[in-house]
Design a protein around this ligand. Structure first.
Ligand code: AKB
Length: 314
C-alpha cells in the first residue's frame, strides 16, 4: 500500500487528485498539503499546511507520515508566471529542488507534471515528438524544461524514481485553473451556462492540446504505478486527449445550448504564449511505455461538463 504526500493539494489538479487517491489508497494513506486549504480538503482526511519553499517543514511532514511517494503539484502557471517571472522561477524551481532533496533523503518516488509549455515556437508544431527541440519563451516553460532535466538528473545520479507527464490544458468542473493560457476552455463552459455568452481571449484558429480531468488523474495514477523497468523516458511524457481551436469548442457547446453567443476579445499576452506552443503533441511513447489511454474526446467531455456544472447550480 502506498503512502502519498501531495503538494498543491488545494489547486486545480490537487483537489480532485486528493479525493481520488483517498478513495483508492485509503484516507490514512494520503497526506494533502498546501499553503492554503479548503474545507473539503481539511474535513475529509489528513491535511498539513506547507509552503514548498520550506524544505524543513516538507521533510518533517514526509517523515511524520512515513510517506513513500510525493506528488508535487505546487507551481505557478504560464500567464500568471509572465506577470512575475522572478517569483515563478523561485517557486517552481525552489519547490521542485526541495521536493527532490526530500525524495533523495527519504527514498521516495516522485511524480511532478511538466506541460506543453515546455515546447517553444521552434519545436515541430504538429504532432510534436517526445524528444525534440525545447526552447520555450515563457518563464513557466523555462521552469518546466529545467524541471524535466533536474528530475532526470536525480534519477540518473541518485536513483530517485522520478516520473512526469507534459500535460495539455486541463478542463474540469470542480476547481477552476488559476492563471493559465488554456483557461479559456474552462471559462467558456461556465459562461455558456451562466450568461449564454463568451468572448475568447484566445484567437480563432489557435489549436492547443487539451484533456478532461478524469483522464489526467488516471494518467497520474497509471504512470505512478507503471513498471519502472518499462520506462525508457521519465521526465516527462507527452500526453494529450484532443486538440481544438476556440470555434470548435464553441460549436460543440452550441449543440447543447443553441442560443450561446460566441465571440473574440483576444488578449495579446496569452495569445502569444498560445502561439508559441504546439498545435498537437505525439503521445506514442506514453502509450508504448506505460499504456497511456483516454476516455474523453471533445464531444463526450462537453456533455459531461455541462451536466456536472448544472448539478453544481452554475
Ligand atoms: C497553462 O495554460 O499554463 C497550463 C498548461 C498548459 O500548462 N494549463
Amino acid at each position: 500500500m502506498k503512502k502519498v504526500l501531495i503538494t498543491g493539494a488545494s489547486g486545480q489538479i490537487g483537489s480532485e487528485l486528493t479525493s481520488k487517491l483517498r478513495s483508492e489508497y485509503g484516507v490514512d494513506n494520503v497526506v494533502a498539503t498546501d499553503i492554503r486549504s479548503t474545507s473539503e480538503i481539511i474535513n475529509n482526511g489528513l491535511f498539513e499546511t506547507l509552503d514548498v519553499m520550506d524544505i524543513n517543514s516538507m521533510a518533517s511532514i514526509a517523515k511524520k507520515y512515513n510517506v513513500d511517494t510525493i506528488i508535487h503539484l505546487a507551481s505557478l502557471l504560464s500567464a500568471i508566471g509572465e506577470q512575475n517571472p522572478q517569483f515563478a522561477w523561485k517557486l517552481n524551481m525552489g519547490g521542485l529542488s526541495n521536493v527532490l532533496e526530500v525524495c533523495k533523503e527519504l527514498n521516495c518516488k516522485l511524480f511532478t507534471p511538466s506541460s506543453i509549455a515546455a515546447f517553444g515556437s521552434n519545436s515541430p508544431k504538429n504532432l510534436t515528438p517526445q524528444d525534440t527541440l525545447q526552447r520555450p519563451s515563457t518563464m513557466y516553460g523555462v521552469t518546466k524544461v529545467a524541471g524535466e532535466l533536474l528530475c532526470d538528473y536525480y534519477f540518473n545520479k541518485f536513483k530517485v524514481d522520478t516520473r512526469g507527464v507534459r500535460f495539455p490544458g486541463l478542463i474540469s468542473y470542480v476547481t477552476p485553473p488559476g492563471g493559465g493560457t488554456t483557461d479559456y476552455a474552462v471559462d467558456i463552459y461556465y459562461e455558456a451556462l451562466k450568461n449564454k455568452k463568451y468572448d475568447s481571449f484566445i484567437a480563432k484558429g489557435t489549436q492547443m492540446d487539451m484533456m478532461y480531468m478524469p483522464d489526467a488523474l488516471d494518467a497520474i495514477v497509471d504512470l505512478i504505478e507503471a513498471d519502472s523497468s518499462k520506462l525508457i523516458h521519465r521526465n516527462a511524457f507527452n500526453i494529450t486527449a484532443m486538440n481544438f481551436d476556440p470555434d470548435e469548442i464553441s460549436n460543440e457547446i452550441k449543440k447543447h445550448i443553441p442560443e450561446f453567443e460566441f465571440g473574440y476579445n483576444v488578449d495579446p499576452i496569452r495569445q502569444s504564449i498560445a502561439e508559441s506552443w504546439p498545435n498537437s503533441i505525439d503521445p506514442t511513447c506514453a502509450i508504448n511505455e506505460w499504456g497511456f489511454k483516454v476516455n474523453y474526446d471533445l464531444s463526450k467531455m462537453t456533455i459531461d461538463m455541462l451536466e456536472k456544472l448544472k448539478i453544481k447550480g452554475i
